[in-house]
Ligand binder design. Structure first.
Ligand code: HEM
Length: 507
């Protein structure tokens, strides 16, 4: 008798599950959205995951073959991440409503609710996110960035020494790796005042651990949990040893440094301006401000979010410059005209920072590189916390509205001849014809990247200081045009290689 009760209960559970799944996978179609063919167990996610370059071609195929026209401007498509509805759109009015004008409704990222989620900006929700973001925003003000410039310049000096060796020996160097060392040295110091040595020691503990952690952020259990959200609890418990273990190592470093600072004060000399110290100052004496857990979680996320993205943007930009000697020449001319051989006093560095952030052609080149090779290429989104009608489209509660960055940045209607590297697209004369919401490397709205100023400064400083000394050519072993893929959430060159030959400039 017990057996038949158990079998009946199991049958009821399965039938209910099948019914619910069937309903969930028809929500968008019933509202008139066009959806690519759906798999009953995986929704559309498997096609994205299986794609050989990490989803980039799949996104383009979906938007080209299945998306409907949406008004006179743009397209719209529905798809399912497991049973959860997702909307991709390129319509600027629709995107502006979601990401900017109605950002109070669309406030959260569509992240999985994992039991080991950490309370940092990327994961936080609702009012908790708003509070932490408003406390952390001043950490990235232009005044603070200018102070961090000296750390960046010191780290770029080390890079310059490494590049000089390659120039003297006429050997090709893997700039993807070199820039990863640079950005981790910078973020280690700007984030935690931690003297790390990632550029000269490829076995540096932080470098090894951060690489490992990034690999594990998008583990297979996260994908299975997207297919079957009901299994999330057990899956993240089973996987605690992997992702959680490496996360914990970095978090406990941050925590150790925080405790030492609290106990002994900051190191002798001028008060440090790393973001850990800035967060501690922001929390001082006010229990309503940041807790220690929030401080270490955000120190952790600055390291993860600030390292690979900036390195990727630098590596692709240097590749593009090497592949386009006419652009390289024009950029060098701008640098030589505007940037004096400078000293390193705080005042000189502040002046350098101001000039660099204002250099028109450098800005055009960097933006065009971010358009062609956006470091977070696939998508980012917001979750509808209630049913909404946006530009005449019903967006049901629980839907993730996402910007398909890769497609938008290469849409020939928005960017004619999209695979042509043409910094003139961002020239002052053409800038007005760039369509709204068509250039989104750092996201959009109140939740866009908090580190964009930091990344811009670091990347532009590195480009300027290197181009003052070197020119770049494509290495004999590079594949040109470069092959790329999306790994985890970040774009990268295939085989993790961007091979270039630096040459010392004759001045
Ligand atoms: C070229 C370099 C970078 C690129 C392309 C980039 C891109 C992005 C994108 C696309 C988002 C999502 C925005 C959205 O949902 O609207 C984001 C969020 C974020 N980024 Fe960056 N990022 C870069 C560098 C950095 C750096 C240097 C830091 C920190 C030091 C950083 C920290 C963050 C954080 C904390 C968030 C979450 C913000 C929030 O939810 O409030 N990023 N970034």
């Amino acid at each position: 008798m017990w057996l038949s009760i158990i079998v009946s209960l199991a049958l009821i559970y399965i039938l209910t599950w099948v019914y619910k799944r069937h309903r969930a996978l028809n929500v968008l179609q019933s509202l008139g959205y066009s959806v690519p063919p759906v798999n009953f167990f995986c929704g559309n996610l498997l096609e994205l995951v299986k794609c050989s370059n990490g989803g980039l071609d799949t996104q383009t195929k979906w938007m080209t073959d299945f998306a409907q026209g949406f008004g006179t401007k743009g397209r719209i498509l529905g798809w399912y991440r497991g049973p959860s509805p997702v909307i991709y759109s390129t319509n600027p009015e629709f995107l502006k409503e979601v990401f900017i004008k109605q950002s109070d409704t669309f406030i959260d990222r569509p992240m999985l609710d994992r039991s080991d989620n950490i309370p940092h900006l990327i994961m936080l929700k609702g009012h908790h996110w708003k509070r932490v973001r408003s406390i952390l925003t001043p950490t990235f003000s232009s005044a603070k960035m200018k102070k961090m410039a000296s750390i960046m310049v010191d780290a770029i000096d080390i890079l310059s020494q490494v590049v000089t060796k390659h120039a003297v020996n006429k050997t090709e160097a893997n700039f993807y790796n070199l820039y990863q060392g640079l950005t981790l040295d910078v973020i280690g110091q700007c984030g935690l005042a931690m003297k790390v040595n990632c550029q000269l020691d490829e076995n540096d503990e932080l470098l090894v651990m951060v690489k490992k952690t990034l690999k594990q952020q998008f583990d297979v259990t996260a994908i299975i949990a997207s297919f079957f959200p009901e299994l999330e609890g057990i899956l993240s418990w089973m996987y605690r040893g992997g992702r959680k273990k490496t996360n914990d190592v970095i978090i406990s470093w941050c925590d150790d440094i925080l405790k030492k600072r609290r106990k002994m004060g900051h190191p002798p000399g001028e008060k440090p301006i790393d973001s850990l110290q800035l967060m501690m100052d922001a929390a001082a004496g006010d229990p309503k401000k940041l807790s220690d857990e929030e401080i270490t979680a955000n120190a952790f996320v600055f390291i993860l979010a600030g390292y690979e993205t900036t390195a990727t943007s630098l590596a692709f930009t240097t590749y593009l410059i090497a592949a386009h000697p006419e652009v390289q020449e024009k950029l060098i001319a701008e640098i030589d005209a505007l940037i004096p051989e400078g000293g390193k006093s705080q005042l000189e560095l502040e002046k350098l920072t101001e000039t660099i952030l204002d250099m028109p052609y450098l800005n055009q080149v960097f933006n065009e590189s971010l358009r062609m090779y956006p470091p977070i290429p696939l998508h980012f989104g917001r979750w509808a916390d209630t049913d909404k009608v946006i530009c005449g489209k019903v967006v049901p509660k629980g839907t993730a509205v996402m910007i398909p960055t890769w497609y938008i940045h290469h849409d020939p209607d928005l960017w004619p001849d999209p695979w042509k590297f043409d910094p003139e697209r961002f020239s002052p004369e053409s800038r007005n014809s760039i369509k709204e919401m068509s250039f989104v490397p750092f996201g959009e709205g109140p939740r866009k990247c908090i580190g964009s100023r930091f990344a811009n400064l670091e990347a532009k400083l590195a480009l300027v200081l290197l181009l003052r000394k070197f020119t770049f050519k494509l290495g004999p072993n590079i594949t040109h045009p470069i092959k790329f893929r999306n790994k985890g959430i970040s774009l990268g060159p295939q085989n993790d290689e961007i091979l270039l030959v630096p040459e010392l400039r004759n001045k």
